[in-house]
Ligand binder design. Structure first.
Ligand SMILES: [Zn+2]
Length: 262
């Protein structure tokens, strides 16, 4: 399939080198993710399709994917914007047409199917191009890193694991992610992710059994030598594991304290 990778020009501690957005040209050019409204990004879009995108699909409401939508709308007023709703998080100055799980989106390269993949965010979707077995993966996966599960803000580890298994069942041969290089062996990465989360769960349980009973204490035991800038993400990940263990009946909380159930 013909697809252009356009960088959003937004490097930073949480975005790494920054975000990829993807443009599928054709009669009604489709842009996947809006970036953050950087001039370099807008110029790259204009260089590829002078009339701009006819439609912009946003994979989830996180600012590195969605916050550029108003700048795109200002430059190309006829563009239509779609995403799965996340009430309270979606930019209210734009009209969003709601995406639905299973919906098919026509492009110049054939249909894309919307696959709801919550976990990293409740509104997260990936887009499946069956003809080429390609997935536009947004923040479901990225090479060389695990994906943040912000448990205090819409993240859900159990949902994330279900989303990985759902994508695994599609047997994609390639994933075009929002961060990092193209993933040419996504099934191997999913296996690695599932093993990694299982390993973390065992670590969190054993920390609880050793008597550590707070998110900070457990995080300090598991993430030794962590870059302090990434401390909040690590704590969110531990909290996500604790909430999953609570749902699984293996841990319970008493205020801010956690204990294992055995
Ligand atoms: Zn995100």
């Amino acid at each position: 399939m013909k697809v252009l990778s356009l960088h959003a020009a937004n490097p930073g501690p949480y975005t790494g080198a920054g975000n990829w957005t993807y443009l599928i040209p054709g009669d009604r050019p489709l842009l996947i993710d809006a970036g953050v409204g950087k001039t370099e990004h807008l110029e790259a879009i204009a260089a590829a399709v002078a009339a701009g995108p006819a439609r912009v699909l946003v994979t989830h409401a996180h600012p590195d994917h969605a916050s550029g939508a108003p700048a795109l709308a200002a430059r190309w007023p006829s563009a239509a914007f779609s995403k799965m709703p996340w009430p309270g998080e979606d930019t209210e100055t734009l009209v969003w047409s709601p995406l639905v799980d299973g919906e098919r989106i026509a492009t110049g390269e054939g249909d894309l199917e919307v696959v709801h993949t919550p976990g990293h965010a409740p509104d997260h979707v990936v887009l499946w191009h069956e003809a080429s077995r390609t997935i536009f993966g947004a923040d479901l996966m990225q090479l060389g890193n695990s994906v943040a599960i912000p448990a205090s803000k819409g993240g859900d580890l159990a949902a994330y694991l279900r989303s990985l298994r759902r994508v695994q069942a599609l047997r994609p041969s390639r994933v075009l992610p929002a961060h990092g290089p193209v993933i040419d062996d996504p099934l191997a990465l999913i296996d690695q992710y599932l093993a990694h989360r299982h390993h973390r769960e065992v670590q969190v349980l054993s920390a609880l059994e050793a008597g550590l009973d707070t998110v900070d204490g457990i995080t300090g035991r598991i993430y030794t030598g962590l870059n302090p800038q990434l401390g909040p993400l690590a704590r969110e990940s531990v909290l996500a594991h604790l909430i999953k263990l609570e749902h699984d009946g293996l841990a319970k909380r008493d205020g801010a304290r956690w204990v294992s159930v055995s």
